[in-house]
Write a protein that binds this ligand. Structure first.
Ligand SMILES: [Zn+2]
Length: 78
């Protein structure tokens, strides 16, 4: 949360002016913490987008199973 020194109040990021100033006193609000939070959110997003290892275990298991079924299918032909 950005802190406004002159108003002595927390300002929600949505309540700030588009240029990052306080809507009441028009002073630049310290957004250092906000930038850190945005970075953390971006990092968390990236972490979530990364494919987990157990997905590849399932892909490998499905591939092995399908290969086995193909071998069985070929076996029934002869
Ligand atoms: Zn202010």
């Amino acid at each position: 949360m950005p802190w406004c020194e002159p108003c002595d109040k927390w300002r929600s990021p949505d309540a700030l002016m588009p240029d990052g100033t306080c809507p009441r006193c028009r002073s630049q609000v310290d957004q250092g913490q906000l930038a850190v939070e945005a970075q953390e959110r971006a990092a968390a997003k990236q972490e979530a987008a990364k494919i987990p290892w157990h997905f590849w275990v399932m892909v490998a298991a499905a591939a092995i199973y399908l290969v086995w079924r193909v071998i069985q299918g070929i076996g029934t032909l002869f």
